[in-house]
Ligand binder design. Structure first.
Ligand code: GAR
Length: 207
């Protein structure tokens, strides 16, 4: 009995110690970042330990402060070089990186340090409406201008090209002839909030 109690305590401690650490990179509002942080604060299956941004006035930083997640801002030169950012990630024992509305291409140094451990969310059904310069509202404007009948989200691994890494998950929503880009954005955001944390959790459990 005592032995079993020790074993249970060992398992409980191990699961706390072994909890995976997630870093989120975001350049803007950060509503996805907030949703992911809240999800893992509640589920406890992993933790968002760091939020990083390339913009000192990005609203995501305020959200991170409010939720008591450490955050940091870096200049573009640091991003391109990669070594200082890698040191920050390693210092925080980051296991997994999530890009949530982050606009820079990931440098090779980070790609090699985190193979198949960096994922991105794109607000359309890749391979359509992806690539450099296709982000946020621009994507929804292009979808509406093309008269698409559906749009959605794509969660994918990062590789050296914008929006071309292996696709992990997609979900769709209808685009009505009367929908404005804002209407599409709302539907797409709803899909992001519903699926992104669950996909992250599933990937962490597999790794
Ligand atoms: C999200 O819709 C995300 O899919 C998109 O930016 C938005 C960020 O919203 N990402 C891209 O366009 C990347 N190419 P948020 O800051 O409120 O989470």
């Amino acid at each position: 009995m005592q032995c079993f109690a020790h074993f249970s305590l060992f398992c409980a401690l191990k699961s706390r110690v072994m909890k995976k650490n997630i870093a989120i990179f975001a350049s803007g509002s950060g509503s996805n970042a907030e949703n992911i942080i809240r999800y893992f604060q509640k589920s406890g299956s992993a933790q968002v330990s760091l939020v990083l941004s390339n913009k000192s006035d990005a609203y995501v930083l305020e959200r991170a402060h409010r939720l008591e997640v450490p955050c940091s801002v870096f200049p573009k030169e640091d991003w391109i070089a990669g070594d200082e950012i890698l040191a920050v990630l390693q210092e925080a024992r980051i296991d997994f990186i999530v890009l949530a509305g982050f606009l820079f291409r990931v440098p090779d140094l980070l790609l090699h340090a985190y193979p198949y451990k960096i994922i991105n969310i794109h607000p359309a059904l890749l391979p359509k409406y992806g690539g450099k310069g296709m982000y946020g509202d621009r994507v929804h404007q292009a979808v509406v201008a093309a008269g698409e009948k559906e749009s959605g989200i794509t969660i994918h691994y990062i590789n050296e090209h914008y929006d071309e890494g292996d696709i992990i998950f997609q979900a769709t929503c209808a685009v009505l002839p009367t929908d404005s880009p804002d209407d599409v954005a709302k539907k797409v955001h709803a899909l992001e909030y519903e699926h992104f944390p669950l996909v992250i959790e599933k990937l962490l459990n597999e790794k």
